[in-house]
Write a protein that binds this ligand. Structure first.
Ligand SMILES: CC(C)(COP(=O)(O)OP(=O)(O)OC[C@H]1O[C@@H](n2cnc3c(N)ncnc32)[C@H](O)[C@@H]1OP(=O)(O)O)[C@@H](O)C(=O)NCCC(=O)NCCS
Length: 152
C-alpha cells in the first residue's frame, strides 16, 4: 500500500535510505532532516513494514525533485518504485508543478516512467545544493532526468 508518510515511519525511512547511502548510492539523511521534510514523503507499507520510500521536494515555482527513492532489495522488481514515483508525480500535477526531475544512476528506471534525460546544466543552480555534501561532487556520475507535466 502506497501512502503518505507518518511520524512513526521515520526510523524505517532512515534505515532504508541510509543502507543505500552506505553503498554510496544516495545521500545520507539525518533523522532531524527526515522529520523536517516528512510531509514530502510517500512510503510503501507491506504488512506492518515500510519497504520503500520516495520524497517530492518543491524547488521552485514550476519545479520539484524526486529524492530519496529507495525500495529494499528483497522487494525490488515488483512495481513498488514505479508506484512511489507515480504517487509523487500525481501530487506534483495537483500542485500545478510543470516539471519533476531526479538526479539518478537508475536512468533506465526513470525512462520507463516517461522521464527524459536532460543536460544537468539546464536545471537551476539551486538543484546542486545537495552536491556540496556529496563525496562524489567532483566526479558526479548521476544523470538528470525530467518529466514534463505541462499539458498533462
Ligand atoms: C531504482 C529502484 C527505486 C527501482 O525500484 P523497483 O521497485 O525495483 O522498480 P519497479 O519494480 O517499480 O520497476 C519499474 C520498471 O523499471 C524497470 N527498472 C527497475 N530498475 C531499473 C534500473 N535500474 N534500470 C532500468 N530499468 C529498471 C523495471 O524492470 C520495471 O520495468 P517494467 O515496467 O517494464 O516492468 C530500486 O531499484 C532502488 O531502490 N534502488 C536503489 C536506490 C536507488 O538507486 N534509488 C534511485 C535514486 S534516484
Amino acid at each position: 500500500m502506497i501512502r503518505k508518510a507518518q511520524l512513526g515511519d521515520v526510523p524505517d525511512i532512515h534505515a532504508l535510505i541510509n543502507e543505500y547511502a552506505e553503498q554510496a548510492q544516495m545521500l545520507f539523511r539525518a533523522p532531524a532532516e527526515l522529520y523536517e521534510h516528512l510531509r514530502d514523503f510517500y512510503v510503501c507499507q507491506e504488512d506492518a513494514r515500510v519497504v520503500g520510500c520516495c520524497a517530492l521536494e518543491i524547488m521552485w515555482r514550476d519545479l520539484a525533485e524526486i529524492k530519496s527513492l529507495s525500495v529494499e532489495a528483497a522487494s525490488q522488481s515488483k512495481g513498488i518504485g514505479r508506484q512511489l514515483v507515480e504517487a509523487a508525480v500525481d501530487e506534483a500535477r495537483q500542485l500545478g508543478l510543470r516539471r519533476v526531475f531526479a538526479l539518478t544512476r537508475s536512468q533506465g528506471f526513470f525512462e520507463r516512467l516517461g522521464f527524459s534525460v536532460v543536460d544537468r546544466n539546464a536545471l537551476p543552480h539551486k538543484v546542486w545544493d545537495d552536491c556540496l555534501r556529496c563525496t562524489r561532487r567532483d566526479n558526479c556520475d548521476e544523470t538528470a532526468v525530467v518529466l514534463d507535466l505541462s499539458g498533462t
